[in-house]
Design a protein around this ligand. Structure first.
Ligand SMILES: [Zn+2]
Length: 204
């Protein structure tokens, strides 16, 4: 019984009420060495992480994913509710602030190295393939979100022999929701395309 109770406790980072986003926003309003140092410290970015990937983390600070009202506007074909519900318990007035605070709590160390997949995450450790480091940072950011939300939603399902999630309560849902919210609020076609790509990995 005790085991069952423990098994039912939601996994993932626990909010401590701090607002790292507010500090990050002061340091990272502009790209700068100060910002790079802040992000390196906050996410444990090591020397293998290239500048475009640092910029993908800085995007978490500066982009506009809307506030509660616009973020929950049921536009489009995407079920953003599981992702927004995940962020609900985190501090911050906007979706982007809550996402940053979740991410900074979930991620302790980021490094670039090749492996069996483009990226993975386990116990605070995020590995990114060198193949990702040449990509566009604006579409890399939802991938970073995907990996970090494995702190809460570990693993994937298999659908017809390929990796997928059965529902939107998973890392692909977080990835698609992030890209879609950003693409919708900022009218960014690349992000909307990235949302569609991620959504193809969700069965329902
Ligand atoms: Zn994944």
């Amino acid at each position: 019984m005790l085991f069952l109770l423990i098994a039912c406790v939601p996994s993932g980072p626990v909010p401590d009420g701090s607002d790292r986003w507010a500090l990050a926003h002061d340091a990272c309003a502009e790209a700068s060495a100060t910002c790079d140092a802040f992000l390196a410290d906050d996410f444990g970015l090591d020397d293998t992480v290239p500048p475009n990937t640092v910029e993908a983390f800085r995007t978490l600070v500066v982009w506009d994913l809307g506030d509660e009202s616009s973020g929950r506007d049921p536009r489009g074909d995407y079920d953003t509710e599981p992702f927004l519900d995940l962020l609900d318990e985190w501090s911050g007035d906007t979706t982007a602030a809550r996402l940053y605070n979740y991410m900074s709590a979930a991620v302790d160390h980021v490094y670039v190295a090749n492996g069996d997949s483009l990226a993975d995450y386990r116990d605070g450790e995020m590995r990114l393939s060198i193949l990702l480091s040449g990509g566009m940072w604006v579409t890399l950011t939802p991938v970073l979100v995907h990996e970090a939300t494995h702190a809460t939603w570990p693993g994937h399902d298999e659908c017809d022999g390929r990796m997928c999630d059965k529902t939107w309560s998973g890392a692909y849902g977080a990835q698609a929701s992030t890209a879609w919210l950003g693409g919708t609020v900022m009218h960014d076609a690349w992000l909307l395309e990235a949302a569609a790509d991620a959504a193809r990995h969700i069965e329902d």
